[in-house]
Design a protein around this ligand. Sequence first.
Ligand code: IPM
Ligand code: MG
Length: 372
Amino acid sequence: MNDMQSLYRIAVLAGDGIGPEVTAEAVKVLKAIEEINGPTFRFQSGLIGGCALDQTASPLPAETISICNNSNAVLLGAVGGPQWDSKRPELRPEQGLLQIRQRLGLYCNLRPAKVLDALVNMSALKPPRVKGTDLVIVRELMGGIYFGNPRGIFTKNGERYGVNTEIYREHEVERVAHRAFQLARLRRHKVTSVDKANVLESSRLWREVVTRIGQSYTDVELNHLYVDSCAMQLIDRPTSFDVILTNNMFGDILSDEAAMLTGSIGLLPSASLGEHSALYEPVHGSAPDIAGRNKANPLAAIASAALMLRYTLRMESAALAIEEAIERILKRGVRTADLPGKARPTSTTKMGDLIAETTQKILKSANSKKKR
Ligand code: IPM
Ligand code: MG
């Protein structure tokens, strides 16, 4: 697509640890696309997480929210680190993440886990079992036990109680279910809804609502699994899953499990979508142990930029070009230090250069084919 006229504002919240390093590579790749295909990207940085706490005493300063509200999309790096671990819960970097989900209304979190043929040997499972795995977890991101009230640590009759509440309103289930079914239509037309309806009322409502919404997507096959069984079947038959729809807590856990099917959490992107905003970030954390050493794998951040191009900016061919570039470079045997199979690992910046160059090559050849 020639996108000469368009201007897109991208908020860049690099965060802590390796966040700034990997986000810089994602920006590098977007600038490479800008050179070839002509949209203009305006990047504006904002603080979030530990660095925001240090500079403003808030994990999500008001200025950051206004930068995000003035942008078409948000690219986020990672938050957290040991120096903030001892802080009170409301002063921890993770609060920045939880708050931004609420403030931008990001209720739908997509976490794809795809096992690339070039990397099938990296999986925690044997290759024949995982080869071809291509699933997306659709995680509800604004409700459930993460945010339900009452919550807190209370004292009653001299004993302390830790309390959290798993709660779902019907409309919260409806809106994320619609997203899952719509996504399935672009894929293999299968949704597996995951709950604990044999024990929890919130899950019983979840299952009822998902079933009702599913009736208006007759071309999509809907199955239900209990979360414990799903955890098992993800290992037993990973290739049979297409879209997995689940609540906030189960999605948190299952998405880490699904990451291990691919062998490296360093490769996995995510998208968090609301009605008017969208945030893109790697699934991995801030990896403070390797921060600042040009060692981190930038591919998850770069793949997150590809999701941004796809879902928010509707630049599918540019998104595909990035994804194709990642596959090509990995096939060539280039590896960052987190990936096995390389005596001399490639640095963060070098990996970014290679993906940027290859993406440009792919776009140029697509453009010249179009002209012919
Ligand atoms: C994730 C993370 C966060 C979550 C933490 C850091 C608050 O684990 O995005 O999966 O639990 O949602
Ligand atoms: Mg998690």
